[in-house]
Design a protein around this ligand. Structure first.
Ligand code: FAD
Ligand code: NAD
Length: 470
C-alpha cells in the first residue's frame, strides 16, 4: 500500500457537489484531491441523471412536435421515423462531451483526480482502491463527502436491472419497449413517462399519492396529470404498489387502492421511481466518528460539518432536495466556509424544475403550505392561453401562479407550468431572494411578445391591479 502526500482538501465523489467543491477549493489555493470510483467524472447528474434525461427529453420533444404540431405550422414531410439507436447514441455523445469538459476543468485547476473507491481508515486518512485492486492512502486536513445517492425501492419490489429497472437502465435501452409501468409519479416518473410515451411506448404511471409531483403546488400536478393523460400516458393515482415479479420476457406489478381493491398489470418493463437513498456503502464511516441520521443521511450541522470537525458532507448524501444545483450551492458554501468567508445558502430559495412539456417550475411556498401555516396570501394567476407569444408558438398550455403577502406585497411563492418554465423561474428566484414585492416585479418592463409576460400579468394581479389582457 502506497502513501502519498497530504492534501488540504480531499473531496470524495465527483458529482455536481464534488466537482464544484474541488474546483472552488483549487481556486482558493488549496491543494485538492478528487476521489471518484467510476471511470468518468460527473456523478449521477452527468452520467445517469440530469444530462442524459434532458438529452432524451429534448430529442423526443422535437419528435413529438414533428408528429403533432408541424402540420399545423405548415411544415409537411413524409416518412418521419425515430432512429432509436441514433437517439441513444446522441445522448451518449452529450454525456461524453460533459464528462470530458470536467476532465479539462480538473487539469486546468490542477486538481489531483484519484480514480478508485474511497474508504476512511480514520478521521484523517482515506484508502483508495482502484479497479485493479491497487491501493493508496491519502491524508487530508479536510474531507468533503459528496457520495450522492442510489435508487431506492419499496417492500415486495426487487430491482433486478433486467425487467424491473431504474432510471439508470432506462437510459441505456437497446430497443423501444412496447409497454412500461412506472412505479412513482414523482419527478423521475413523469420525465421518464414523457420520454417513452413520445417514442410510442404504452406508459402507465402508478402513484401512491392523489397527485403527480405531489410535493409541488397541487395545481401544478393536477394540470400536468391532464396534459400527460391527453398525450396518452395512463395515470393511476392513489394506488400503492406492493409487489413486482420478473416473468422472463415481461414483468408484472401488483397494486391496491385506498379501499384495498387489488389489481395487477403486465408490461415489458417495470421502472421503479420511488425516490433515492443516500449512498455511504463501503465508505468506511464506521472507522470514523461521522454519524448518520435515522434515514441513512449523513448528520451535518448548519455549516454542513459532520460530527467530525474536519469532515464535511454535501449533496444528496445529506438529504433535503436531491437536486444538482442544491449540491453545487452546498459545495461552494462549504469551501468558502473553510476559507473563512461568510457564504450564503438559503434552502427556501432553491428552485425545483420538472422537464416535462410543458415544463414545471417552482420556488418558495406552495398554496398548501401557506394554508397549513394559517398564513394569509394573495393569488395572481394568469394562463399562457392568452399570451401572444404562446399562441404564435402553439404553446398555450399552463399558467403562472404568484403567491404574495397581502400586507406588504412580498413574494411568497411562484409556481409555473408552461413553455420554458425552467428558464422563466430564474427571475422569480431573484424576486424571492431580495424580498421584492409583486407590485415591483410587475412594474418593470418585459419584452413583447414573450412568455415572460405571463409572469408580469400574474404579478400585476397578485398586487391587486387588474390585468390589461384578460
Ligand atoms: P452524485 O451526483 O450522485 O455523485 C456522487 C459520486 O460519488 C458518484 O460519481 C459516485 O460514483 C461517487 N462515489 C460514491 N461513493 C464513493 C466512494 N466511496 N469513493 C469514491 N467515489 C464514490 N437534479 C437536478 O437538479 N436536475 C435534474 O434535471 C435532475 N435530473 C435527474 C434525473 C435522474 C434520472 C436522476 C437519477 C437524478 C436527477 N437529478 C436531477 C438529481 C441529481 O442527479 C442529484 O441531485 C445530483 O447528482 C446529486 O449530486 P451529488 O454530487 O450529491 O452526488
Ligand atoms: P420522488 O420522491 O420525486 O417521487 C417518488 C414517488 O413515488 C412519490 O410520489 C411517491 O408517492 C411514490 N411512491 C412511493 N411508494 C410508492 C408505492 N408503493 N406505490 C406507488 N407509488 C409510490 O422520487 P423520484 O422521482 O424517484 O426522484 C428521486 C430524486 O431525484 C428526487 O429527489 C428528485 O429531486 C431527483 N430528480 C430531480 C429531477 C429534476 O430536478 N428535474 C429529475 C429527476 C430526479
Amino acid at each position: 500500500m502506497k502513501e502519498i502526500e497530504e492534501f488540504d482538501i480531499a473531496v470524495i465523489g465527483s458529482g455536481p457537489g464534488g466537482y464544484v467543491a474541488a474546483i472552488r477549493s483549487a481556486q482558493l489555493g488549496y491543494k485538492t484531491a478528487l476521489v471518484e470510483k467510476y471511470n468518468t467524472l460527473g456523478g449521477t447528474c452527468t452520467n445517469v441523471g440530469c444530462i442524459p434525461t434532458k438529452a432524451l427529453l429534448d430529442t423526443t420533444h422535437h419528435y413529438a412536435d414533428a408528429v403533432k404540431k408541424f402540420e399545423n405550422h405548415g411544415i409537411e414531410f413524409s416518412d418521419l421515423r425515430l432512429n432509436f439507436e441514433q437517439v441513444f447514441k446522441r445522448k451518449a455523445d452529450v454525456v461524453t462531451k460533459n464528462t470530458q469538459g470536467l476532465d479539462f476543468l480538473m487539469r486546468k485547476n490542477k486538481i489531483k483526480v484519484l480514480q478508485g473507491s474511497g474508504n476512511f481508515l480514520n478521521n484523517e486518512s482515506l484508502k483508495i482502491k482502484d479497479k485493479d485492486q491497487n491501493e493508496i492512502v491519502i491524508r487530508s486536513k479536510k474531507f468533503i463527502i459528496a457520495t450522492g445517492s442510489k435508487p431506492a425501492t419499496i417492500p415486495g419490489v426487487t430491482i433486478d436491472k433486467e425487467r424491473i429497472i431504474t432510471s439508470t437502465e432506462a437510459l441505456t435501452m437497446k430497443e423501444k419497449p412496447d409497454s412500461m409501468v412506472i412505479i412513482g409519479g414523482g419527478v423521475i416518473g413523469v420525465e421518464m413517462a414523457s420520454i417513452f410515451n413520445r417514442m410510442g411506448t404504452k406508459v402507465t404511471i402508478l402513484e401512491y399519492a392523489d397527485n403527480l409531483i405531489a410535493t409541488m403546488d397541487h395545481e401544478l400536478g393536477s394540470t400536468l396529470t391532464k396534459i400527460l393523460t391527453k398525450e396518452g400516458v395512463e395515470i393511476k393515482l392513489s394506488e400503492a404498489v406492493y409487489k413486482a415479479e420478473n416473468l422472463g420476457n415481461s414483468a408484472k406489478v401488483y397494486f391496491k387502492n385506498k379501499e384495498g381493491a387489488e389489481q395487477e398489470l403486465t408490461a415489458d418493463y417495470i421502472l421503479v421511481a420511488v425516490g433515492r437513498k443516500p449512498y455511504v456503502t463501503n465508505l468506511g464511516l464506521e472507522n470514523t466518528n461521522v454519524e448518520l441520521n435515522g434515514n441513512g443521511t449523513i448528520n451535518v450541522n448548519a455549516m454542513l460539518e459532520t460530527t467530525v470537525p474536519n469532515i464535511y458532507a454535501i449533496g444528496d448524501v445529506i438529504g433535503g432536495a436531491m437536486l444538482a444545483h442544491k449540491a453545487e450551492e452546498e459545495a461552494v458554501f462549504v469551501v468558502e466556509t473553510i476559507h473563512g468567508q461568510q457564504p450564503h445558502l438559503d434552502y427556501n430559495r432553491i428552485p425545483a424544475v420538472v422537464y416535462t412539456w410543458p415544463e414545471v417550475a417552482s420556488v418558495g411556498a406552495t398554496e398548501e403550505e401557506l394554508k397549513k401555516q394559517g398564513l394569509a396570501y394573495n393569488v395572481g394567476k394568469f394562463p399562457f392561453a392568452v399570451n401572444a407569444r404562446a399562441r404564435a408558438g402553439m404553446e398555450t398550455d399552463g399558467f403562472v401562479k404568484v403567491l404574495s403577502d397581502p400586507k406588504y406585497g412580498e413574494l411568497l411563492g411562484v409556481h409555473i407550468i408552461g413553455a420554458r418554465a425552467a428558464d422563466l423561474i430564474a427571475q422569480a428566484v431573484v424576486g424571492l431572494e431580495y424580498e421584492v414585492t409583486a407590485k415591483d416585479m410587475a412594474s418593470v418592463c418585459y419584452a413583447h411578445p414573450t412568455y415572460a409576460e405571463v409572469l408580469k400579468e400574474a404579478y400585476t394581479i397578485a398586487s391587486g391591479k387588474a390585468s390589461l389582457n384578460i
